[in-house]
Design a protein around this ligand. Structure first.
Ligand SMILES: Cc1cc2nc3c(=O)[nH]c(=O)nc-3n(C[C@H](O)[C@H](O)[C@H](O)COP(=O)(O)O)c2cc1C
Length: 173
């Protein structure tokens, strides 16, 4: 890296861009739930309806998502930090004690999330050390009126003030 400095500086600066914490879920062998946490979920296209996330190519969960050919993006709520830590942990049964239902495509929809988007994998594009996993939207739903879980400067938070949410509901801002 030249003007952008080393990897540490890259992480520090990019950490100042807040992201929504999203659990990407699918099922593996015998319907066992699989998943990982990402901060890279985004919408891609309205027509056709496409979304995407970026997965590190060293991820152990990525091959399972590719093999299933489908995934559900679950927007975690502000009160789900512990769930995020569990789903991002290595070497653990990430879904132990986690309550979920099955989406129309067969992916886990986690209880208590803000919203979810159910997809079939449309394309996988290798970019640098990550794979961009593009999904064609099959179903989507606003699941609750909770505030979202955000990640900013290397930490979790709920940065929406009650005032701004009230204004949102009252004035439609
Ligand atoms: C807030 C947050 C955002 C993350 N964003 C990504 C991401 O966009 N892409 C990614 O590959 N891993 C991301 N991770 C790391 C993964 O959640 C997980 O730790 C990693 O995939 C290792 O597990 P795996 O080998 O099963 O994939 C993120 C972790 C956290 C806590």
């Amino acid at each position: 890296m030249s003007r952008s400095g080393d990897g540490r500086r890259f992480r520090d600066v990019l950490g100042h861009f807040p992201t929504s914490v999203v659990a990407i879920t699918t099922t593996g062998t015998e319907g066992h739930p699989e998943g990982m946490v990402v901060g890279s979920f985004t919408s891609v296209s309205l027509d056709p309806p496409l979304v995407s996330f970026l997965a590190d190519r060293s991820s152990g969960t990525l091959p399972k998502i590719k093999a299933a050919g489908r995934y559900c993006a679950n927007a975690l709520a502000a009160d789900q930090e512990n769930l995020s830590r569990r789903l991002a942990a290595r070497g653990a049964d990430r879904f132990a004690g986690v309550t979920w239902e099955t989406s129309p495509s067969g992916n886990p929809v986690l209880e208590g999330v803000v919203a979810w988007v159910d997809c079939a994998i449309e394309d996988v594009v290798t970019i640098g050390d990550h794979d961009l996993v593009v999904g064609r939207v099959k179903d989507l739903h606003i699941a609750s009126a909770k505030t979202p879980l955000l990640f900013f400067k290397g930490d979790y938070g709920d940065y929406f003030s009650t005032t701004s949410l009230l204004l949102d509901q009252l004035v439609g801002w």
